[in-house]
Design a protein around this ligand. Structure first.
Ligand code: GLY
Length: 404
């Protein structure tokens, strides 16, 4: 009992530490006044874009992507893995400009999303529910949201297989157990649930999943495979392969940055140095990669065949910027400055007319040029909901370095 109380007290302390940490300036990490002004304008433009996007939605539909070739806004139902990003972006923007219309739109969307708390057929509940209800509950703690998040964590936990040591990502035949690197992003919800309920089983699942991922998803150079197929009976690795990348042995860009973000969160939530080292190694793989362009927006795969003419993935850039703006707080000065400056370059590039849409265009999304699933020719060079979410988060994090 005493150990349990100490464990929970430590978790609450770590949570408080990370909240306070984000609000703090760091003497050697100085945001540029010019970029802060650009961000201010970006938030104003994003506000009008998201109102435009909202005006096009019918009840119960969630924005998925916009394809400039046919001028088509694609929407989804609440079960799609991206259904929480729209509310999450609205909430992030609301946090930065206090426009209540954004909060109202987010609440309306979450009303249609709430039923997914009982969905045990997806590993994406972290994305769907923590990005939406998690942000909403952080801004305005609410018992209804809290319960939805706890139920979501319970649903996600049903997918954990102790023999494999992972949460199952994708359904497949019974002899397969497929885990994708993206799944690292769903663990934050579990840490939150342990803090809230005192039930350490969520925490243990997250840590076990992350440890299995370090062991089996990563190559010697700290690039990550996309998909590991485990034997569900023995836990043995049966296959290492890709689904959304160029090749089984390539480094799919979004997979690399999901890992970067995921292990940074692991360090924040546990303060275990092993996760900090993992995040730093991943950052080095990305930042030292000869195929990372000078403007720091990755090609959709670091080994795409037609570099330098391969498509860029703005979503990978946005996720990377946000992750680096957290990681730079946890490292020594020289790494911190390097990560901060890289994130700064990314935000600048994404704020340029090459990536940032003119208000009233792009279906209402903020950013252009993301790549969803290149091998399937699905969502290729389109605006996509999660690019906007992580861009809004990265801008918020950058601005927080100016806090007094
Ligand atoms: N499966 C999530 C992604 O496309 O990044």
């Amino acid at each position: 009992m005493k150990t349990r109380i100490l464990f929970i007290a430590a978790l609450i302390y770590l949570a408080g530490f990370s909240q306070a940490c984000f609000a703090q300036a760091v003497s050697y990490l100085k945001p540029q006044a010019e970029l802060l002004n650009i961000i201010k304008q970006n938030i104003t433009d994003a506000d009008s874009q998201y109102k435009f996007l909202t005006s096009q939605l019918t009840a119960g539909r969630f924005p998925k992507n916009f394809n400039p070739v046919n001028n088509k806004l694609e929407t989804s139902n609440s079960g799609w893995w991206c259904s929480g990003f729209y509310a999450g972006t609205l909430l992030n923007l609301y946090e930065q400009n206090h426009d209540v219309a954004l909060l109202t739109a987010a609440k309306r969307s979450m009303d249609s999303l709430a039923k997914e708390q009982y969905n045990t057929h997806t590993h994406d509940l972290g994305f769907m529910m923590y990005i939406s209800f998690g942000n909403a509950n952080r801004l305005n703690p609410n018992p209804e949201y809290r319960q939805i998040l706890i139920n979501s964590a319970k649903s996600l936990s049903t997918r954990f297989n102790p023999k494999v040591g992972c949460i199952k990502s994708w359904e497949s035949k019974p002899s397969d157990f497929l885990v994708i690197i993206d799944n690292m992003m769903n663990l934050e919800l579990l840490f939150w649930a342990t803090r809230e309920t005192g039930d350490s089983s969520f925490y243990k699942i997250a840590v076990t999943h992350a440890n299995s991922t370090i062991k089996n998803h990563y190559r010697a150079d700290y690039s990550s495979y996309h998909v590991i197929n485990y034997n569900p009976e023995t836990g043995a690795v049966q296959q290492k392969k890709t689904a959304q990348g160029f090749a089984d042995e390539s480094a799919w860009a979004r997979g690399q940055v999901w890992g970067l973000y995921g292990f940074t969160v692991m360090y924040r939530e546990t303060k275990d140095k092993k996760y900090l080292e993992q995040a730093k190694h991943i950052a080095e793989f990305i930042l030292n990669n000869p195929n990372l362009p000078a403007d720091k927006i990755p090609y959709w795969d670091f080994n795409a065949p037609n570099i330098p003419n391969a498509l860029r993935d703005a979503s990978a850039g946005a996720i990377m910027a946000s992750a680096l703006l957290e990681l730079c707080r946890y490292t020594d000065k020289s790494n911190g400055v390097k990560y901060f400056n890289t994130a700064q370059s990314i935000i600048k590039t994404l704020s340029s007319s090459e990536y940032k849409a003119v208000p009233g265009t792009n279906g209402g999304f903020i950013l252009k040029h993301s790549v969803g699933h290149f091998p399937q020719k699905s969502e290729v060079d389109v605006a996509i909901s999660y690019a906007d979410y992580y861009f809004a988060e990265a801008m918020k994090r950058y601005t927080q370095f100016a806090a007094k």
